[in-house]
Design a protein around this ligand. Structure first.
Ligand code: FES
Length: 157
């Protein structure tokens, strides 16, 4: 990142109300993700520079929290629930279907930018397990075949 970009980021963080206090690390990560869609390597560099800490430290903290993503989001957002109820009803199988069908793993985005994928702990509708959410819509009592159909509906839609 150029010095100009670092200064630009610093000014942006100041304008957003940040002061450079180390306690702002998580709020800064949240702010960066909200405004840029994900935590890019440039974002890590900008935050590390602003707080005066190493990029490794920013990565370590950010990767501890499932809420942060390090890849550009896809057009369609797929969440597979791996909470207890969904796990028992084949949630892992659904996550494997995503790996095999879309060739991406938890937190990744397909190279064509069509899908991003996250494993989550509970989507709040355990009675409907196994549950998948795509673009905010809940798909209940899922299996591999149903999931393939849902993905097909969204592909290039
Ligand atoms: S465990 Fe999957 S919705 Fe609650």
């Amino acid at each position: 990142m150029t010095v100009e970009r670092l200064i630009q980021s610093r000014d942006e963080f100041w304008a957003a109300g940040f002061t450079g206090d180390l306690a702002e690390l998580i709020p800064l990560l949240q702010y960066y993700q909200e405004t840029h869609g994900y935590i890019s390597p440039e974002g890590v560099e900008a935050i590390a520079g602003f707080l005066g800490i190493s990029e490794a430290r920013v990565y370590t903290v950010a990767s501890f929290y499932a809420q942060f993503r390090f890849q550009k989001p896809g057009k369609n957002h797929v969440f597979v629930c791996l909470g207890t109820a969904c796990h028992v009803q084949g949630g892992v199988d659904l996550a494997n279907e995503i790996h095999e069908h879309l060739h991406i793993r938890n937190g990744e985005t397909t190279p064509d930018g069509q899908f991003d994928f996250k494993e989550v702990a509970c989507l709040g509708c355990c009675a409907q397990a196994a549950v998948v959410e795509v673009n905010g819509k809940i798909y209940a009592k899922m299996n591999r075949e149903k999931l393939r159909k849902v993905l097909k509906e969204h592909q290039h839609a």
